[in-house]
Design a protein around this ligand. Structure first.
Ligand SMILES: Nc1ncnc2c1ncn2[C@@H]1O[C@H](COP(=O)(O)OP(=O)(O)OP(=O)(O)O)[C@@H](O)[C@H]1O
Ligand SMILES: [Mg+2]
Ligand SMILES: [Zn+2]
Length: 268
């Protein structure tokens, strides 16, 4: 049987006492005095403590902003977007015809939904005539996702990739082929421009390299944007059927650019 008798125990921390403290800055404030094992602990000025917390969080916020700015600069630096296109945005794209509006809105949606696009590994093909703004819109997608999310993007022409890989065969090269390939496979988004520029059949080297990149990204389920003057029918010939097949998985989005060139509209 247990006893219901209440036994009062001597406490090491008696109830705090209320007094009035004085802060040099803020004057009087209600102060608690705790006595713990015979030692007095007084609470400080609440206004001082509020100011301290505010300063601390402002400092943390400034540090965060600075870190964000540095990450952004780093991302932009490694995106390798050519100077001519670095500033291209959706805002700067003039859509006058329904086809141009469709191209613009599809690219804007691709960037806005990039989280889901990336999860599904959905590729995008910008195909069509010269000077219609394919590179412009592809770079605008890269700029948008880098600015609005933690995603990274890299822009390369296939020609520059092949040249960079060839350069690694030089003994004095400080980069290896696999380093170049992994720099193209690891970003959240890769934009590969100027596919199939030469009218000749692609070389084995070109096809092997393209497959290594596209298949590498496919295995990691990362989407790729392909930019080309070829149409959807001719593209598999220029990339190899196995590449094209991997691009289709996840539901590829194809935008045709079939209007006249917007370069120097007066023209010659
Ligand atoms: N609708 C548009 N609104 C504003 N600028 C545009 C538009 N279309 C193209 N431009 C501009 O025209 C120039 C050529 O566009 P861009 O290089 O993107 O064309 P492209 O389709 O990639 O051509 P190519 O197939 O020859 O590479 C760029 O400076 C681009 O910003
Ligand atoms: Mg282009
Ligand atoms: Zn104070």
């Amino acid at each position: 049987m247990r006893s219901d008798k209440v036994v009062s125990m001597p406490s090491a921390t008696p109830a705090p006492q209320q007094t009035t403290g004085v802060c040099e800055e803020h004057g009087q404030f209600p102060q608690k005095v705790n006595v713990i094992f015979g030692k007095e602990f007084k609470t400080g000025c609440p206004e001082c403590s509020r100011i301290r917390i505010e300063e601390e969080s402002a400092r943390a916020e400034a540090q965060e902003t600075q870190a964000l700015r540095m990450r952004m600069a780093q991302k932009l630096g490694s995106a390798l977007i050519p100077k001519r296109f670095a500033g291209k945005t959706f805002d700067g794209y003039i859509a006058e015809t329904p086809e141009q509006q469709k191209a613009l809105s599809t690219c804007m949606r691709y960037a806005a939904d990039f989280k889901q696009i990336a999860a599904a590994g959905r590729c995008l093909l910008l195909l069509g005539k010269p000077g219609t703004g394919k590179t412009h819109l592809s770079v605008a997608i890269a700029n948008e996702i880098m600015a609005k999310s933690s995603a990274s993007a890299v822009y390369r022409t296939i020609g520059s990739v092949l040249q960079a890989i060839r350069a690694t065969y030089d003994r004095s090269s400080d980069q290896s082929e696999s380093q170049i390939l992994s720099s193209l496979i690891s970003p959240s988004l890769l934009i590969l421009d100027e596919i199939g520029v030469s009218k000749e059949k692609p070389s084995d080297f070109e096809l092997t390299t393209l497959f290594a990149i596209i298949n590498g990204r496919y295995e990691e389920q990362r989407p790729t944007v392909i930019v080309s003057n070829l149409d959807a029918k001719a593209l598999p010939n220029a990339m190899g059927e196995r590449c094209a097949d991997r691009l289709r998985e996840g539901g590829v989005i194809v935008i045709p650019f079939e209007w006249e060139s917007q370069r120097g509209k007066e023209g010659f």
